[in-house]
Design a protein around this ligand. Sequence first.
Ligand SMILES: NC(=O)c1ccc[n+]([C@@H]2O[C@H](COP(=O)([O-])OP(=O)(O)OC[C@H]3O[C@@H](n4cnc5c(N)ncnc54)[C@H](O)[C@@H]3O)[C@@H](O)[C@H]2O)c1
Length: 372
Amino acid sequence: MQFPLKITETKISTVIAGSSVWDSLDGLVAELIQKDGKVFILSDDNTARLCLPLLLDKVKGLQRSVMLNISPGESGKNPENAISLWNALASGEASRNSLLINLGGGVVSDLGGFVASTYKRGIPFINIPTTLMAMADAAIGGKTAINLQSVKNIVGSFSLPEATFLCPEFLSTLNKSHLLSGLSEIFKISLVADKSFWEYLSSLDTGQLFSKQLNLPLWEELIARSAMMKCKIVEADFFEKDSRAVLNFGHTIGHAIESLSFRDKQMPLTHGEAIAIGILCESYLSMHQCGLEEKEFRRITQLFISTFGDYGITDKDIPVILGFLNQDKKIRDGIQYFTLISSPGKAMIKQPCDRDQIIRSLEFYRNLTSKH
Ligand SMILES: NC(=O)c1ccc[n+]([C@@H]2O[C@H](COP(=O)([O-])OP(=O)(O)OC[C@H]3O[C@@H](n4cnc5c(N)ncnc54)[C@H](O)[C@@H]3O)[C@@H](O)[C@H]2O)c1
C-alpha cells in the first residue's frame, strides 16, 4: 500500500501521515501561531521524556512553548487534571487563538481535547499520537473525554483537532502490551467495516509484528488502513446518531471489564486488552443473535486468544461486570443494546440482548480462559 500524505482532509477530519509529516506539522503550527503566538504542549511523563525531544527537534518553532504535564496512565483522565490544565491555560493567558498540542497516547488526546474544547468554549488543538491505540483510533474522530466515579468517558465532547499527525517512529519505544492494546482496535475496525483487512490481519504472522526491531513500514500500513476506515465511519455520522456506533463493537462489555480490572484486580488491563475480551464476548453474542457463522466465531476466538492471551475472570467477577454494565448509556428497560457483527466486515447496531445472554457470553469467556 502507498502510504498517503493526507489520509483525509475534509470538514470532519484532517489526518496527515507519510514522509513529509514533519513539514506539514511545521507549516500548520506556523500558520496557527501567527494568530496569537502562544502554544501549549501537553504530554505525560513518558511522552515528555521519549517523544517531546524528537518533536522539538523536528519543529523548532515549538521550542518556546509552555509545557504541560500529567502522570501517565488511564487515571490521568480525571476532573482534577482537567481543572489544573484549565488553570494552567488561564495562568499562561491563553486566548481563544492559542494552540494546545496533545503529544501522547489516548489519555493525553482525550483529556487534552476535552480541555481545549471547553476552555473559552474551545481553542484550537492538534493531536500528535504516540501510541498505536491513539494513532489507529483515539486521536482521530473528535471524541474527547474524562472519566468520573470510575465510569469511563462519562464527561466529554465532540470536538475536532485542527489535524492529527501520524508519526509511527514514536512506536519504537512502546512496549508490547501497549502495541497489543492498539492492535485490538485495529482488529475491531476490520471486523466491523473491512472484511479484506480482517482476512489480511488474520493471515499475518504476529511474530513479524512484534519483532525486536519493529517493522515500521508494516505498522504504518496497518495504522493507515485503520485510520482511513475510522475517518470514513466518522464522516458518515460525526455525532454518533446512528452508524458511527459500529465502532462500539467490543466496547460495551470491554469497558465493564476495564472498570473491573481497575477496581478489583492488581494488574489493570490496558484499554485495548479489555476491548479484546469485550470483542470475544460480543462475538459470542453475535453468533447467537446475528447469525455470525460458528466457523468465523472460532477463527476470531483463536486469533484473539493466541494474540492477547487470557485474563481469568471468575464467577465472583460476573455480577461486578453486570453492575458496571448497568451504568452504561445503552441500557433501556433491562435490555442492553450492542453493536454486533453478522460476519467479519459487517456490523449491526442496536442489537438487544438480555441479562441471561450477557451472562452466557461472560461464562463462555470464563470457561475458555480457565482451560488455558
Ligand atoms: N476518543 C476516542 O475515540 C478513543 C478511542 C479509543 C480509545 N480512547 C481512549 O484512549 C485511552 C487509551 O489510549 P492509550 O492506549 O494510548 O493509553 P495511554 O495514553 O495511557 O498510553 C499508554 C502508555 O504508553 C505511554 N506512552 C505513550 N507514548 C509512548 C511512546 N511513544 N513510547 C513509550 N511509551 C509511551 C504512556 O505514557 C502510557 O503509560 C483510553 O482512555 C481510551 O478510552 C479514546
